[in-house]
Design a binder for this molecule. Structure first.
Ligand SMILES: Cc1cc2nc3c(=O)[nH]c(=O)nc-3n(C[C@H](O)[C@H](O)[C@H](O)COP(=O)(O)OP(=O)(O)OC[C@H]3O[C@@H](n4cnc5c(N)ncnc54)[C@H](O)[C@@H]3O)c2cc1C
Length: 389
C-alpha cells in the first residue's frame, strides 16, 4: 500500500542510519572539493533508497511518499548530497521513466536505480533560465539523424554525469525553427563520451557544495532518432508535469534542512546560558523558536498533502508552485533564525547551521524562482476565479 507509515518510517530509518555512518564524517571534505560521493550513492542503491518514486518494474517502489521521506532524511544530514541524488533519480530517471521508450528505460533506468550510473537534466542556458521556451541550443533534423549544438549551464551533476537528458529547440532540415513556441522543444538522452559533448569543471557556488553543478557544451553532436525522447516538438509539454514532480519532491530537501535547524536550535538554546539563564528562557528566543516551528509545520503538512494529491494522480501544477514558494521562503527564514539562536557560534562553520542557510537559498531559485511560482499561482487563481476550498 502506498504511503503507509511503517514503510515511510523504515525508509527514514535506513537513510538516516546509512548517512550518519558514511556521509556525516566526510561532509567537510566533500563540500570543500565539490564532490558527490558516488560510493555512498551506490550504498543507497543497494538498500533501494535512490529511486523509490520510479516504477517497481525498474527497481523502484512507484511510491512518491517514500521518495519524499528519503529527500527529507538526506537533507537532514547534507542537502548537497540529496540534491545530486535526486537530480539523478527524479530529474533524469523520472523523465526517462515517464517519457522514454521501452528501449530507453531498459537501457538507462537500472543503472540509475542501483547508483552505478548518474544522470542529469539540462534545460537552463547562459542566456535563458526562467523563460524556458526561449532556449537557444538546437537539434537540427538531418535525414534520420539530429545534429545538436549549444550549451547548458547550472546543471546539477553535469561534471560527473554518465547520462544527460537535454532539451533543445528543434530545427528542420533547412535550419528553420519547427515552431516558435511551446511545440518547438525536443529532448534527447546523451551519454558521456559522445563526440562533441564536453562538460566544464564544477562551478564555485554559495551552498549545496557537495553537489557538483556545471556546464555542458554540444558541438555538432550527431545522434540517431533512438536518442530522441518522445516525439519531436513534445519536450516542453512533457517538461511541465515533470517540473511539478520536481517542485514537490525537491521541497523535501528544504523540509529536512528546516527540521535539522529546529532540532539544533532547541538543543542549543537549552544548553547555552547568558545572564545566568539558558537562552531558551528568554521570550525573544522563544519567539524565534515559535516562528521556526510554525513555518516548518505549515510546510510539512502542505507538502505531504501535495504528495498525497500526486499519488492519487491529480493535477498538482498550482499546488506544486504553492508548496515550492512556501518552502523556499520558509527555509530561508528558518535557517536564518537558527543562526540567530546560535549567535556568533551560528556564524561559524563548525555548528553547521550557517551551511543550512547557504543551502536553503537555492530553494528560492532552482526549479523556477519564487517570482515564477507566483506567476503560476496567480495565473491559475485568476483563471479559476475563486480560492481553493
Ligand atoms: C545550484 C543550482 C542547480 C541547478 N540545477 C539545474 C539543473 O539541474 N538543470 C537545469 O536545467 N537548471 C538548473 N538550475 C538552474 C535554475 O533552474 C535557474 O537558475 C532558475 O530557473 C532561474 O533562472 P536564471 O538563473 O537564468 O535566472 P533569470 O531567469 O535570469 O532570473 C533572474 C531574476 O529575474 C526574475 N524574473 C525572470 N523572469 C521574470 C518574470 N517574468 N517576472 C518576474 N520576475 C522574473 C527571476 O525570478 C529572478 O529573480 C540550477 C541552478 C542552481 C543555482
Amino acid at each position: 500500500m502506498f504511503g503507509d507509515q511503517e514503510s515511510i518510517n523504515a525508509v527514514r530509518e535506513s537513510t538516516r542510519k546509512l548517512l550518519q555512518k558514511e556521509l556525516l564524517p566526510r561532509i567537510e571534505d566533500l563540500e570543500e572539493k565539490a564532490e558527490f560521493p558516488l560510493d555512498i550513492h551506490r550504498q543507497m542503491g543497494e538498500l533501494g533508497l535512490i529511486a523509490p518514486l520510479l516504477p517497481e518494474q525498474w527497481g523502484g517502489a512507484g511510491d512518491p511518499y517514500l521518495q519524499l521521506a528519503v529527500a527529507e532524511e538526506m537533507a537532514y544530514i547534507n542537502s548537497g548530497f540529496g540534491l545530486s541524488s535526486l537530480a539523478s533519480s527524479c530529474l533524469f530517471g523520472a523523465n526517462v521513466s515517464k517519457h522514454g521508450s521501452e528501449e530507453q528505460k531498459q537501457k538507462y533506468l537500472p543503472g540509475i536505480v542501483s547508483g552505478e550510473k548518474t544522470g542529469c537534466w539540462a534545460l537552463t542556458e547562459p542566456q535563458t533560465g526562467s523563460n524556458a521556451v526561449g532556449i537557444e541550443a538546437t537539434a537540427q533534423i538531418q535525414g534520420d539523424h539530429f545534429i545538436l549544438n549549444g550549451s547548458k549551464t547550472f546543471i546539477t551533476n553535469a561534471p560527473i554525469a554518465d547520462y544527460f537528458f537535454v532539451i533543445f529547440k528543434t530545427l528542420n532540415e533547412k535550419g528553420e525553427l519547427i515552431d516558435s513556441g511551446f511545440s518547438s522543444g525536443s529532448a534527447f538522452i546523451l551519454e558521456r563520451g559522445l563526440e562533441g559533448l564536453t562538460t566544464g569543471s564544477p562551478l564555485k557556488k554559495m551552498g549545496h557544495k557537495s553537489s557538483p553543478t556545471g556546464e555542458i557544451f554540444l558541438d555538432n553532436v550527431k545522434v540517431s532518432a533512438k536518442a530522441l525522447v518522445g516525439k519531436v516538438g513534445g519536450a516542453f509539454s512533457a517538461m511541465k508535469s515533470s517540473l511539478d514532480v520536481e517542485r514537490v519532491i525537491f521541497s523535501g530537501l528544504a523540509l529536512g534542512l528546516m527540521r535539522f535547524c529546529i532540532d539544533q536550535s532547541l538543543k542549543y538554546s537549552k544548553e547555552r546560558k547568558q545572564f545566568g539563564h539558558p537562552i531558551a528562557e528568554f521570550q525573544m528566543i522563544q519567539d524565534h523558536i515559535a516562528q521556526m516551528i510554525s513555518s516548518y509545520e505549515a510546510c510539512r503538512v502542505y507538502l505531504w498533502h501535495c504528495v498525497d494529491e500526486m499519488a492519487k494522480g491529480r493535477d498538482v501544477n498550482e499546488k506544486a508552485a504553492v508548496v515550492k514558494l512556501l518552502v523556499g521562503e520558509a527555509s530561508s527564514k528558518v535557517t536564518n533564525l537558527a543562526i540567530q539562536c546560535f549567535g556568533g557560534y551560528g556564524y561559524m562553520s563548525e555548528y553547521l547551521v550557517e551551511r543550512c542557510l547557504r543551502d536553503a537559498k537555492l530553494f528560492e531559485i532552482g526549479a523556477g524562482t519564487n517570482e515564477i511560482q507566483k506567476l503560476i499561482i496567480a495565473k491559475q487563481g485568476l483563471k479559476r476565479g475563486q480560492a481553493l476550498v
